[in-house]
Design a protein around this ligand. Structure first.
Ligand code: MOS
Length: 733
């Protein structure tokens, strides 16, 4: 089904099932431990061998000798895979560094060997016996130093240049010019990367934990140099990904190589201390933002430049993405600067681009409001735009940004905020309120599904879409139930298998809207097949309560259509150029109350509110959980999360969850989410948009702004830890 004109009325609009806050249909399996994760497929391979990954002990250089002799004689060892004996390997399209290093080493903890043994303990013990000699080469590991010393050599990537920024900024009576930094961050998902590989002849099946099945399948095939048809990837349940599982990683490749070498199924999980340097992370940024405004509070000049680093052939963190679209102002310039760093591979982490970009931009906006002596909610409202500021011929498909801000301000009690920093105190706690905008683009991408109606009247949906804890199973079931007029209990959803039609996958908050739209397309086709079988006219037909009724009042149970055998329909949603004609974005506002200990500088978040306008909300319960999870991640970004870089040895030091801190329950106060009632017919037949990543964008800045309101200390370097506050705390504290 081609989607190239805005949606009109369709069966989803009934909202009997879609739009209802139904419980997750996979919930009972999850809570009773029956949803098997990648490492737990005991039924498929009851006694797999276990692989343990050896990571490189240097950040850059080469292996001069690798001695596996001792390890290979250790108890239980079945095989040892290294680049020397693995055969010729390619590189996945989605990987920057190779997944099995050697002799060249591209980053610390790049996998260099897999030791396969009968048990995990044997494999781990033997892995310690692998002796490796390296020659170490100079590397670049310090983003700030690289910018300072070699900034001119950075790859400059201009993004937008509209009007005349320099002239407008020079002429502006009120200006802000500051530099903000965001640190390297780790996805820190609950379930580690893990895979179980089984060969049958030249056919490989990998049960893994992966967000994008089709990408992974292609990259496994490309890396091993075998046809894609010989690879099957299965990933039905995923314990979090956040972008860290968009691409296959060393566990998948090495499980496959280990299984081939050992002649047995092999499973591999990356131990937690290996994950942070072996896999990807969100790259640190240095962002300079310059804003110019008139005394009337209208922005006249906006410039946003970002510096980030990555391995050679890597990508910049797109931290300026939102800036060209969020506020009105004809004169603007945005650009990225990419420098080479020999740290582990930088890549997508939840809301790549906007998440770190909004961390900086939304403090700058707060600083401008302060410079103008203007309320920061009012200042944002004043600078709203309904069109793409760099191309006014492109309207937003929907933009209810102002309503988000105003609804949030009302609901949160913003009018009780004292604009004077440090003015509100409760005992030893300084209290502050902060606000930030939320913005994330809405991406749409082709997605296919197969739907069958079986003789028992069950609707079975198959697509390689994944559920990374997001609720995909549930919203897909809701979509099929709505389209075919059956109760949710009659729908079976099968996901995460490359044997199924290729979906949008889970990433970039495109999954929910795109994958359900694909199911919509397949269901449309199935409805046609049902009508053909029944001999009904499509005009005015209604699928409801397990029956089909046409305009003349004729009615038949759905099961009659399958009395002669089950019906199968497969289709894909393919998006035309509506996302070019209209700017599709999602909007919101984050409000936060913090308390900062006047003596110690400890910051506690006390209340949070997100107001979101993100198209039709397919399931308010799962969507709310997504936003709350994202807000929680925002608390981490604001106050805790930072990969500490060892600038000499070139690795992330705090490579476990004891030292890479993320929020725990005790850190999380009252969180509220309000969804504005919105349909976006431009986005898809579902009229929905992404919402999960929107919930993160802006949160950290709202917290930093609240800390400023509480203390008068403006921290521009994340995370906002107490050491950055103490020296400047109000003197009477
Ligand atoms: Mo998201 S960072 O695209 O999984």
């Amino acid at each position: 089904m081609k989607f190239d004109t805005p949606a009109t009325q369709n069966p989803i609009d009934q909202l009997k099932v879609v739009g209802q806050p139904v419980d997750r249909i996979d919930g009972p399996l999850k809570t009773s431990g029956q949803a098997p994760y990648a490492y737990e497929h005991h039924d498929i391979a009851p006694n797999p061998a276990v692989g343990y990954v050896v990571g490189a002990g240097i950040a850059k250089g080469a292996i001069t000798a690798i001695d596996t002799e001792l390890a290979s004689r250790a108890p239980g060892v079945l095989a040892i895979v290294t680049a020397q004996n693995a055969g010729k390997l390619g590189k996945g399209k989605m990987n920057t560094a190779t997944l099995l290093g050697g002799p060249d080493i591209q980053h610390y903890h790049q996998a260099i060997a897999l030791v396969v043994a009968n048990t995990f303990e044997q494999a781990r013990a033997a892995a310690k016996l692998v002796r490796v000699q390296y020659v170490r080469r100079e590397g670049a590991f310090d983003l700030a130093a690289q910018k300072r010393d070699h900034g001119d050599a950075a790859k400059h990537i201009p993004k937008t240049d509209a009007g005349d920024f320099d002239a407008a900024f020079a002429a502006a009576p009120v200006t802000v010019d500051h530099t903000y930094t965001t640190p390297d961050q780790s996805h820190a998902m609950m379930e580690p990367h893990a895979s179980l590989a089984v060969w049958k002849g030249d056919k490989l099946t990998i049960w893994t934990s992966n967000q994008m099945i089709a990408w992974g399948r292609s990259d496994v095939a490309r890396t091993l140099g075998i046809p894609k048809e010989n690879v099957r990837l299965i990933s039905p349940y995923i314990g979090g990904g956040f972008g860290g599982k968009l691409f296959v990683r060393a566990d998948a490749l090495l499980a496959a190589l280990g299984a081939r070498a050992a002649g047995r199924p092999v499973k591999v999980a990356l131990p937690r201390p290996l994950i942070i340097n072996n896999t990807t992370h969100r790259p640190a940024t240095i962002q300079r933002i310059r804003l110019g405004a008139g005394r009337d509070g209208k922005l006249t000049a906006i410039s946003h430049e970002s510096w980030s680093g990555d391995l050679p052939d890597g990508q910049p963190e797109e931290a300026v993405q939102q800036t060209k679209l969020l506020y009105a102002g004809a004169n603007q310039r945005t650009a990225l600067n990419l420098m080479t760093l020999d740290l582990p591979e930088g890549n997508a982490m939840r809301a790549p681009g906007e998440a770190p970009g909004m961390m900086a931009l939304e403090i700058a906006i707060d600083e401008m409001a302060q410079a103008l002596d203007m309320d920061p909610v009012h200042f944002r409202v004043l600078n709203d735009t309904q069109v793409d500021p760099t191309d006014p011929s492109r309207p937003f498909s929907q933009r209810r940004f102002v309503e988000c801000l105003q609804t949030g301000a009302r609901h949160f009690g913003w009018d009780k905020r004292d604009p004077k920093p440090g003015a509100r105190r409760e005992g030893r706690w300084l209290i502050g309120l902060g606000v930030a905008s939320a913005f994330r683009n809405n991406l749409v991408t082709k997605s296919a599904a197969r739907v069958r109606l079986d003789a028992a009247g069950r609707v079975i949906v198959e697509t390689d879409m994944t559920d990374i804890g997001t609720g995909s199973y549930t919203i897909i079931a809701q979509t099929a139930a709505e389209m075919l007029g059956v109760p949710l209990s009659r729908v079976v959803v099968r996901l995460g298998d490359s044997a199924f039609p290729v979906s949008a996958g889970s990433g970039g908050q495109w999954g929910a809207n795109s994958s359900t739209a694909g199911v919509y397309a397949a269901c449309e086709k199935l409805r046609t097949l049902v009508l053909e079988r029944l001999g009904f006219d499509a005009q005015g037909v209604v699928f409801a309560n397990g029956a089909v009724t046409d305009a003349s009042g004729r009615s038949a149970p759905l099961t009659r259509a399958v009395s002669g055998g089950e019906l199968i329909a497969e289709d894909a949603i393919e998006f035309g150029d509506l996302d070019k004609k209209f700017q599709q974005s999602t909007f919101g506002a984050h409000f936060v109350e913090v308390a900062v200990d006047a003596a110690t500088g400890e910051t506690r978040v006390r209340r949070m509110l997100a107001v979101c306008a993100a198209g039709r909300i397919l399931n308010p319960k799962t969507a709310r959980s997504q936003v709350i999870g994202a807000m929680t991640m925002g608390v981490g970004a604001a106050l805790m999360e930072e990969l500490a870089v060892d600038h000499r040895a070139g690795f992330f030091v705090n490579h476990d969850l004891a030292s890479y801190e993320v929020p725990v329950h005790a850190d999380i106060p009252r969180q509220e989410v309000i969804f504005l009632n919105e349909d976006d017919p431009v986005s898809s037949p579902m009229k929905a948009k992404g919402v999960g990543e929107l919930g993160l964008c802006g949160v950290a800045a709202a917290i930093a702004n609240a800390v400023y309101n509480a203390t008068g200390v403006r921290v521009r370097d994340y995370p906002v830890t107490l050491d950055k506050l103490l020296a400047q705390m109000p003197s009477d504290a």
